[in-house]
Ligand binder design. Structure first.
Ligand code: HC0
Ligand code: SF4
Length: 570
């Protein structure tokens, strides 16, 4: 322990503690902008400057450790002036049109400037500009980038993709796609982690809300919405709703108020995915000698993009099952169009997802199974649906809960946990056990694949056969796991990978909580919902039973193959 004085208060702190942490432990907050614990502690923004007695230069609190006897001031006149000047300099190169910024009201730079009482912009310099393909699902606005480096760091250190890099020099310094590539030529997986880690509005998703409003305004169009599992654990965050109020059913009520016609649940098709993917896995196990293991889950399009660009020789190990989003779209424009007795062309199929990569997945040319345009026409992120709710001046907290429409609005608890890392594996094992033994396991029997560890493994006994499974989330972990497989250091039969740390609950399209990683908290919500669900097994979902009985016949049937499976290398 060392003894320091901060703003006149004696503080004791561990030797390895930064000034920032030591001050926080004494309830003294030092403003930061670029800082992210463990990820970005480089003092790029120079907002956390402090003065140390006996040292002429001001130093950053995030990048300097306490030492015995230090006398620190976090708010001396020199500190105040320097901090303010540094923020003014950042603003000098920042497009400050807050009114038209996606992050307005949730921007660290905006609140910091306001807190510091900056009412004028004394320095204005040339704004960095660059061309960007606005039809790409991920958009960078160079005039908003503050060079904090968070996007570079999260992409390098967590996702191990190195898509971003510093470009240019001097006052023209900015962040751009690395190696002088265009975004669409890069290996970007569209995980969107750079967006959720950006403190300002320099990165965002392509906005598709206009398309959704246009569909709503067309009297001939029938809107059919699906809501992804992970959305229910997060949508209320940016609307200021407490967790207990921000239920899936209240989101249904808000969407109906916007005017969407049929509102369904992606957990239904998560259950369908389990039936198909679980059956596919069991068929592979029965034919073990002729198959390559492990089989990989294929429901995360960020992971699929990763495998295609990084390890193309392993793409054939992906399950051929489409993701729940795409299964839902295919069922909507075939089975459900028949139930409604309408032409599938009249349906506008809209998904609400925690994800950017889903926008690209829906646009794949292979995802037009009903011959009526894309199976999913519009993908909206959780943030976009929140913006639509706000645009319509809807206050969901005042609305009573409403039920999903039927029959595609029933999902099991197994489907709900898809939104958390390990959830797809756990749900698949619950039903695989049943398919092999004819008996249900304890619903929580495979809970050892839960948790936020980046790479988990388990050996599961199913009727005397040991199945070796692994679960990873975050692409850095995915790469380590794949490399270990290729070297023969590990052997697995079935592997679940999600591109975003923590899985979809930490998805790149989720609400942004500055400086916080919320994937774990949201996953707890999903496990809580599974725990209280009357339905814990995908194969017991009555709507799943119905769709097989009336339309698909059985898992892996001819029709199921046509609608619900795809070759990922096509
Ligand atoms: Fe996910 Fe999904 S769980 S990828 O993370 O599998 O986005 O929530 O909708 O499709 O169900 C996202 C979330 C989904 C799909 C499901 C899967
Ligand atoms: Fe999208 Fe989920 Fe994959 Fe992230 S983990 S890229 S949110 S599907």
């Amino acid at each position: 322990m060392v003894n320091v004085t901060i703003n006149g208060t004696p503080v004791q702190a561990g030797e390895d503690t930064t000034i920032l942490e030591a001050a926080a432990s004494a309830g003294i907050h030092i403003p930061t902008l670029c800082y992210l614990k463990g990820l970005n502690e480089i003092g790029a923004c120079r907002v956390c400057l402090v003065e140390i007695e006996g040292i002429e230069k001001l130093v950053t609190a995030c990048g300097n450790k306490v030492a015995e006897g230090m006398v620190i001031s976090t708010n001396s006149p020199r500190v105040r002036e320097a901090r303010r000047t540094n923020v003014e300099l950042i603003l000098s190169q920042h497009d400050c049109y807050c009114a038209s910024c996606a992050r307005s009201g949730n921007c660290n730079l905006q609140s910091l400037s306001n807190d510091l009482g900056i009412l004028d912009l004394p320095y204005r310099r040339e704004m960095p500009v660059s061309e960007w393909n606005k039809s790409f699902p991920l958009i960078r606005d160079f005039s908003k980038c503050i060079k904090c480096m968070r996007c570079v760091q999260v992409c390098d250190k967590i996702q191990d993709m190195n898509i971003w890099d510093i470009a240019n020099t001097g006052s023209r310094t900015t962040v751009d796609v690395s190696q002088n590539r265009k975004m669409e030529e890069s290996d970007c997986t569209l995980c969107g982690q750079c967006i959720t880690h950006c403190p300002v509005g320099a990165l965002r998703e392509r906005d598709d809300t206009d398309k959704a409003f246009a569909a709503l305004a067309d009297p001939d169009t029938i809107t059919v919405v699906q809501i992804a599992p992970a959305v229910r654990a997060a949508w209320g965050e940016s609307l200021g709703l407490p967790r207990e109020q921000a239920t899936a059913k209240r989101l249904v009520a808000a969407l109906r108020k916007i005017g969407f016609r049929y509102i369904f649940d992606t957990t239904f098709s998560a259950d369908l995915t389990i039936m198909e993917e679980g059956s596919e896995f069991l068929a592979k196990l029965r034919n073990r000698e002729n198959e390559t293991f492990p089989m990989f889950t294929s429901c995360c399009p960020g992971w699929v993009r990763f495998l295609k660009s990084q390890y193309p020789d392993m793409v054939r190990q992906l399950s051929t099952a489409k993701s729940p989003q795409q299964m839902f779209g295919a069922i909507t424009k075939s089975y459900y169009a028949k139930l409604l007795d309408v032409e599938p062309e009249r349906i506008c199929s809209i998904s609400v997802m925690p994800c950017l990569a889903k926008k690209q997945e829906a646009a794949l040319p292979t995802m037009d199974t009903a011959g009526a345009g894309p199976d999913v026409d519009i993908v909206l992120t959780t943030r976009e649906i929140d913006r639509m709710i706000r645009a319509e001046d809807i206050h969901p907290g005042e609305l009573p809960e409403e039920e999903f429409d039927q029959p595609l609005g029933v999902g099991s608890g197994a489907g709900v946990i898809f939104g958390a890392t390990g959830g797809v594996m756990e749900a698949a094992l619950r039903s695989a056990y049943y398919l092999v033994t004819g008996k249900n396991p304890e619903p929580d029997a495979f809970g050892n694949v839960r948790g936020m560890d980046g790479w988990k493994e388990a050996a599961i006994d199913i009727a005397g056969t040991t199945v070796r499974v692994a679960v990873a989330s975050g692409l850095g972990n995915a790469r380590r796991l794949v490399e270990a497989l290729r070297k023969g250091d590990v052997q697995y039969d079935f592997v679940e990978i999600m591109a975003c740390p923590g899985g979809c609950s930490g998805g790149g399209g989720q609400p942004i909580a500055e400086g916080e990683e919320r994937a774990g908290v949201r996953a707890e919500t999903l496990y809580g919902l599974d725990n209280i669900s009357a339905l814990r097994f995908s194969h017991e979902n009555p709507s799943i039973v119905q769709v097989y009985r009336d339309y698909l016949d059985k898992p892996l049937s001819h029709r199921a193959h046509e609608l619900l499976h795809t070759a990922h290398d096509a």
